[in-house]
Design a binder for this molecule. Structure first.
Ligand code: PLP
Length: 433
């Protein structure tokens, strides 16, 4: 065991891809998660009429923010083993990334709470009243620190209700993301430092503002709750496709991870619904393996293992794991695996060939099935938790997380970078254990 961890540490330090199977993982029914998920679903239902009123894109879905579940044509994404489906959050309406599920939820919940506290929204008032109270929100500020996509979703949601909004962006943020925000009237503060510093600056500035509300990506219950509801949507879609999920026909989810809120929330929701039949893995860039460093090595920062936190996958350029997510995932997370930038870019190009617009962060999940099915650590995981399950009976869900709003020029640049790479994928060949 200690030898395995030493070997893993060497692999991680060397910037190679790895799978860490969580030794504390306990697949099980989860009553607490189920209760929390029910609350999340009730909150989303309460907000739906307001969302439909404020965002024309959501009229047709009556305020539901959802994405497609997309079967992967054989060979379309390289050498993927088994039965793979893409959960298409890269194309989510309104915010164009998985962050729509968290950021919009938290801003709208904040609006409801603040207006109830101020007596503006009575117990019998329809929530749609908040579409007409811009003057109230205009006196209040919502702030957030972000690598880009959370800022985009919070900014879009806050401005839609009339809030003043300040987004602190890390140096990783792409120019088109903050330009889009500025056009909406969001005040964007650009930092020359990383995500952690941007969040700290946003927190400090908001603490000094009595009318400020801080969306705390590092420890927000509301973000977590908002994301968790995605699992219920997935369950409905699997059911509609006739895909059974049982311990004999398990679901493996591969969730791109930055600070951990989005993948943690979804893993939590998946456990609420599928219990021991779903196994969630976080997937991270090799150089930004914050969940792996924290959960496997107790290392609070990727820098502790000599990693650079530099990656093309800007949404995941985060050096630390959220303490809230860490606590919730201790026994609930199956494992963490990592992937290199080159493969993520190759999958961006594969997506384009299928008419799917991904940003690099969106594609990390494709590494998951490769790790699980082809690596030694994956074999050990399957022997322990998927005993007697034939590989073809596993349904792999690759959670795609962002890309809809990537401008043509930026997308073309990803494709050019991918075209300049050797054609063969690094994975699974470069899986080192
Ligand atoms: C496209 C994309 N994927 C994945 C993530 C990871 O989400 P989290 O930081 O909540 O772990 C992000 C975060 O911004 C993102 O933008």
């Amino acid at each position: 065991m200690a030898d395995d961890l030493d070997a893993l540490r060497d692999t991680v330090r060397a910037g190679r891809s790895a799978l860490w199977a969580n030794p504390a993982y306990l697949p099980a029914e989860d009553v607490q998660a189920r209760q929390d998920l029910d609350r999340a679903l009730a909150d989303w239902r309460m907000l739906a009429p307001l969302l439909a009123r404020v965002f024309p894109d959501l009229e047709a879905t009556h305020g539901h923010i959802g994405s497609d579940l997309i079967p992967v044509p054989e060979g379309a994404f390289g050498p993927l083993p088994g039965h793979v489906l893409i959960k298409g959050d890269h194309a989510l309406p309104v915010a164009g990334s998985i962050k729509a599920r968290g950021g919009i939820f938290e801003v709208f919940m904040c609006a409801v709470t603040q207006s109830r506290a101020a007596g503006l929204l009575g117990p019998d008032d329809p929530v749609t009243k908040l579409a007409e109270t811009r003057d109230f929100f205009a006196q209040r500020t919502i702030a957030v620190g972000s690598t880009g996509n959370l800022g985009l979703s919070v900014g879009i949601a806050a401005r839609a209700l009339g809030y003043r909004c300040i987004v602190h962006m890390s140096h990783d943020a792409k120019a088109w993301k903050f330009e889009r925000l500025r056009k909406l009237g969001v005040e964007v503060v650009l930092h020359t430092a990383d995500y952690t510093a941007a969040v700290a600056a946003a927190r400090e500035a908001t603490d000094a503002d009595p009318d400020g509300y801080f969306v705390d990506d590092e420890s927000s219950e509301l973000l977590f709750r908002g994301y968790s509801a995605a699992a219920a949507e997935l369950a409905i879609q699997l059911d509609a496709m006739g895909i059974a999920v049982t311990p004999d026909k398990p679901l493996c989810l591969y969730l791109p991870c930055g600070i951990g809120g989005a993948p943690g929330g979804i893993a939590y929701g998946a456990r609420a619904i599928f219990g021991a039949a779903a196994h969630s893995f976080f997937v991270e860039p090799q150089q930004s393996a914050s969940a792996l460093c924290q959960m496997a090595f107790d290392a609070p920062s990727v820098h502790d293992l000599g990693l650079s936190n530099r990656t093309e996958a800007d949404g995941m350029a985060v050096a630390t794991l959220s303490p809230l997510v860490h606590a919730r995932m201790r026994q609930r997370l199956a494992g963490v695996c990592t992937v290199g930038d080159a493969d993520m870019l190759r999958w961006v190009a594969c997506g384009a060939a299928q008419g799917l617009r991904f940003e690099p962060s969106a594609t990390a999940g494709f590494a998951g099935p490769l790790h699980l099915v082809t690596s030694g650590a994956g074999a050990a995981f399957r022997a322990r938790h998927l005993q007697g399950v034939a590989p073809e009976d596993i349904t792999h869900i690759v959670w795609a997380t962002g890309g809809r709003f990537v401008p043509d020029t930026a997308h073309a640049a990803f494709l050019a970078s991918a075209a300049a790479l050797p054609e063969a994928f690094d994975l699974p060949q470069k899986i080192s254990q």
